[in-house]
Ligand binder design. Structure first.
Ligand SMILES: [Zn+2]
Length: 382
């Protein structure tokens, strides 16, 4: 096995990192929703704060927040972002004259800040099964699936000659997309060979409501509609059953885990060993930008599993140390989930940094992955 790193003086070169799941505008929530406003705070009360922010956004503030979020990712060693973009329309739901105005702003921000971007055009339509749509959700929603596909076509055409931009499709979730939309979205993605991302089983309530509506659990239902493939990426995958994990593995699909967001939102911890054993390709997402540290994200793919199972060093892959495997998941798998065949270059780690003193040469990557921080270790003059 080729080493994944390259030493040059006091620099260690490593494959650039990717974050396959981001909502850049949520950078505007930093510091918010961290105090008790309800007797029982949870994902759904946090979502209220996020809806308030989404409702207040203008093209100018989306631009400013996206640039800030992407700048921080670049500084932290990320070169590829999968932007799960769902704020499409004006407050109230009316489309902008240029329907893809906000998507274009987000793409421009990523390119200007030195990132490659996969704009995952999100499909959204409803508040949930037997649930009224909330006013803030009107900005996310389209009235018919053809509008989603038309916008995706516009974006595909507009960025066809820009190698740093990919376009993908993202049915938001089984909550927000009616069952009959899934098949046409899947067919379009297959026809154009697009990454297809979807929030899957982040919360127990989502599973319960999907069972009530369809008689199936979310991933079972998604599989039935023909969406699963090696281009499919299940975001979160927190509450999957054993059989759902096997379905994901058989499809050769990705699971994008977002540990710093999932812990902030109280989502729970995915069964990472089961996903690994089933052959699911793991990758990471910075998601809500609660913490911008991609090394912390990839380390949590192992350390959260230690917490969940009360064991240590929960996996080993043939010929690779856990730190190497994690780094490849955070770089190659993340870029691949976004539809890029390569990682987009190398990043330079400062091995002379205080936090790496007294570390043995042979254990340098272990120390970077399990003890390092991207914001202190990644050199930005490289
Ligand atoms: Zn998300």
């Amino acid at each position: 096995m080729q080493p994944i790193s390259r030493r040059e003086g006091d620099t260690l070169w490593l494959p650039a990192l990717a974050t396959a799941h981001s909502h850049a505008f949520q950078r505007g929530l930093r510091g918010k929703a961290q105090r008790k406003g309800n007797p029982r705070e949870n994902f759904w009360t946090w979502r209220g704060a996020m809806f308030d922010l989404a409702h207040s956004l203008t093209p100018e503030t989306i631009d400013a927040l996206s640039r800030q979020a992407f700048r921080e990712l670049r500084i932290a060693g990320v070169r590829t972002v999968g932007e799960f973009h769902y704020v499409h329309h004006q407050p109230g739901g009316q489309a902008y004259d240029d329907r893809t105005l906000l998507a274009d702003i987000v793409i421009r921000a990523a390119l200007d800040e030195g990132l490659r971007i996969t704009l995952l055009r999100t499909a959204y339509n409803r508040g949930g099964f037997e649930r009224e749509i909330e006013p803030a959700q009107l900005r996310f929603s389209d009235t018919c699936v053809d509008d989603v596909l038309r916008d995706t076509e516009t974006l595909l055409h507009r960025y066809a000659s820009e190698p740093r931009v990919r376009i993908g499709l993202a049915p938001h979730s089984v909550r927000a997309v009616p069952p009959e939309w899934l098949a046409p979205l899947g067919q379009f993605a297959e026809q154009h060979n697009l990454p297809l991302h979807m929030h899957v089983s982040e919360q127990v309530r989502e599973v319960d409501e999907c069972l009530a509506e369809t008689g199936k659990r979310p991933l079972e239902f998604i599989a039935d509609t023909g969406l699963l493939s090696a281009r499919f990426c299940a975001v979160h995958a927190t509450q999957l059953s054993h059989e759902e994990v096997q379905m994901l593995g058989r499809a050769g699909a990705f699971a994008c885990l977002c540990p710093t967001t999932e812990r902030d939102l109280g989502d729970g911890i995915a069964n990472i060993s089961a996903l690994r054993n089933a052959g699911v390709k793991l990758c990471n997402g910075i998601d809500s930008h609660i913490v911008t540290d991609p090394i912390e994200e990839l380390r949590a793919l192992e350390t959260h599993e230690r917490l969940r199972t009360c064991t240590r060093v929960t996996f080993s892959n043939s010929g690779l140390d856990p730190a190497e495997s994690l780094w490849l998941e955070g770089s190659f798998n993340g870029a691949a989930a976004c539809g890029f065949a390569d990682v987009g270059g190398e990043i330079a780690i400062n091995t002379a940094h205080e936090s790496l003193r007294f570390v043995e040469e042979a254990q340098l990557l272990d120390a970077i992955v399990f003890s390092g921080g991207a914001n202190t270790l990644v050199r930005n003059n490289a």
